[in-house]
Write a protein that binds this ligand. Structure first.
Ligand SMILES: [Zn+2]
Ligand SMILES: [Zn+2]
Length: 92
């Protein structure tokens, strides 16, 4: 089995030829290997990771904090309605 997943260079899944970055590459598409003349498709999704979070404040709402973890210096809180967290320091 050829290792063609999560490679830094585009690798032909048929013959294993590595294509360098010297050519203009699309994010995804089809490519014809000039070594073995086979066509294959590729995409580069794994190099572009998105993460999204809900946030009450962006929607004009107040967070509804809930204590999740007690530490000696304070308390971690997490909002019941979104993904935001807050560290509430204990007063000295
Ligand atoms: Zn090839
Ligand atoms: Zn919230």
């Amino acid at each position: 089995m050829l290792d063609t997943q999560y490679t830094n260079e585009l690798v032909c899944p048929y013959c294993g030829h590595e294509f360098s970055d010297s050519w203009e590459r699309e994010d995804r598409g089809e490519f014809e290997c000039y070594e073995c003349d086979k066509n294959f498709s590729f995409d580069t999704d794994v190099t572009r990771l998105y993460s999204s979070e809900r946030d009450c404040q962006l929607n004009g709402q107040e967070h509804e904090w809930e204590d999740t973890r007690e530490l000696s210096r304070g308390t971690w809180q997490k909002c019941k309605n979104c993904d935001q967290t807050n560290f509430l320091r204990h007063k000295e």
